[in-house]
Write a protein that binds this ligand. Sequence first.
Ligand code: 6GP
Length: 830
Amino acid sequence: MHGSSDERTRTGMSPEALKRAFVDSMFYVQARYWEVATPHDLYMAAAYTVRDRMLERWIHTAETYRKAHARTVCYLSAEYLLGPQLGNNLINLGIVDSARQGARDLGMDLQEILDQEPEPGLGNGGLGRLAACYLDSLATLSIPAIGYGIRYEHGIFDQSIVDGWQVEDCDLWLTNGNPWEIPRPLLRFPVRFGGHTEPYTDEHGRFRVRWVPELELYGMAYDTPILGFGVDNTNLLRLWHATAGRSFDLQAFQKGDYYGAVNAKVAAENITKVLYPNDEPEAGKELRLKQQYFFVSCSLQDMMRAHLQQAPNLEGFHERYAAQLNDTHPSIAVAELMRLCLDEHGMDWEAAWEITRRTFAYTNHTLLPEALETWPVELFGRLLPRHLEIIYEINARFLDELRMRYPFDPERVARMSLIEEGPVRRVRMAHLATVGSFAVNGVAAIHSELVKSTVMRDFHELWPEKFHNVTNGVTPRRFVQLSNPELCGIVTDLAGPGWVRDAENLRTLEPHADDAAFQQRWQAMKRAAKERLAARIREATGAVIDPQSLFDIQVKRIHEYKRQHLNLLHIVALYHRIKQGADSDPTPRTFVFGGKAAPGYFMAKLIIKLIHSVAEVINRDPEVNERLRVVFVPNFNVKNAECIYPAADLSEQISTAGKEASGTGNMKFSMNGALTIGTLDGANVEIRHAVGHENFFLFGLTVSEVERTLAEGYCPWEIYRGNDELREVIDLLRSGLFSHGDPDLFRPLTDSLLQHDPYLLLADYPAYIETQARAGDAFRDVAGWTRMSILNSARTGCFSSDRAIREYCGKIWRVEPMPVSLATNDARVS
Ligand code: 6GP
């Protein structure tokens, strides 16, 4: 007699089945019983319960892809900013309600369990979070894909604030165990460093090169299943952990040098110890280059292993895989794949090169000159002597081609070389990535145009067909359904639950934008989100904020080009007006900031201090604090972000035009019904186009105006002298009012603004102030604002990462969906 599917399998989805599994996990996995179970035990048991259901799908997916020899996307990224897993996995499995019910039956609160999860913060910001959104979309779209990266023992630091200054604390996400990962002790690959190379002749009499490394360690795989939404496809995120070789430094042991041998082990394991917390490259940091090579080498060896299980040789490698380089961090892959083909698989140069350049595609995520990765040749050659030789050979062949093509243009040839000549010769990683790839893309329309006209101009002239745009996207599962249940409810009532897979269905909101009853529901949704944020802020900082005020929010990494200090100039101007009795913006506002500064970036840390200092003065002043409040949410991370985006009325996207490659926070805000105040930079341009110009607060110089202003000899001092209010604002910062009488504290910031102002804050100041005033006025027209808010959500479905991944699949990867269904597998589980 067959029972229901729930009774047949141990991975049923009803509240009853979940409860049974939960109790089992508590007992058999966590080894705990009720009376002594801590909240963390409850979380672990819940996570294992969910994981079992994912593993079933995962194994079935792997089987399906393997049998079909499916063309597979390999996403190579040094960062994945995943955020907490449990809530998202419940959503993607479609069991939120069952889980809530089951928890309630057992006398627990699901939210309290979710709150227990530490955050895997294996990324710095935009680039890492984008990779996480893309994993979600790849699985949801049933695309065979593997994410490859590094299992950092310590992710991005925890930020706390002491006396207004950022203090960094070590992230300890693994301390209490990670229930989502499966360690694979047997899946390990050797990775070598240092030593020298030597020529030899192989058995066919061919000239060959052998690498004699100095050091060998191993990369061990840790696998995390990535479940698609509403499908059974469950993809793989494989992160590499460094361990010492099997018999680590046996020689030292035999010589009795026990501590020497242990040191070697410690050094090996250091490679995956910590994520570099900078969004700029670590000039010359040897460990960083080791990290990059380490994870790329493991990943390529793993890809080859899987390929050779099913194919006689590597000929069809590029047919089997499309490997995406997430910025230049993994671009050493070009040289490593060549090395593996040449040295380990005995191929000749032409065949190896053909496979290599047809395997990789490269995404550029920034144009900031200081962020373009280069490595000193000396360091490179010391760590990776064989790879340097290979890069020289790639370069020699490439430069020959260029000389034929541009016989009278040696300067162009020098500009394009993979090696930068100068007092310190350097390897240009972006050039290596471009030469070794079949496609190069930027991450927003304007950014992709700038890639072609600036940093990659010569390459674009040589290979125009190689260059593409794929505008970034964000997953509506995490950033709407999980973060904003009220909004999710509204859209689901109108469009049915399918909109989460097809965010274009947010459009069904549009005809209701003027409907009074609908507007009320919308306002209640915003209100609930604002109250949640207010409660969280009170808990984290003690600050009390008014959910009725305009929530004006800027959360992102702290950087001068993102111009948090332009936002501050506006706040100080408003403060000054109130104190002068000349208040022209009676809209009460709460300014919310959040974001981490790179630990070595002094100006960014000073901006955090200034935010706190301005907040202290304003929030304490009864004449002002009914109208203005300023708060800083410490430790901006995915968890906090989920609470912040839905609560925003106004989203600050105010970077200097041409500097922000895309932005993705801008999309998350807008989808959640915030209006944007922003420049024509990154994806703001496309957001404004999508939502309609009348529903976006645009200000500031355009890219060409920025260029012209700087070329014409920009003089910020003149703007300061010519604008009374601006002068008063900057003078206040220099007066000591915000620094307990110390006029020098913020001097580096004000001096930079008055002397150079490389990010043109003063040039954009008047337009920003004027546009902010319009936003403040608009907010008091409740119906008008609500309409604009609804239209923002309705029209931003195109910024779903599903759209972005479809574009990658079509334009770049040429890969097809391969749906997986557990139902076809029923026989196996019954
Ligand atoms: C960021 C860009 O600054 C941001 O504009 C973009 O939205 C994001 O990438 C995703 O494309 N870049 C980085 O985080 C980075 O490290 C090397 O670039």
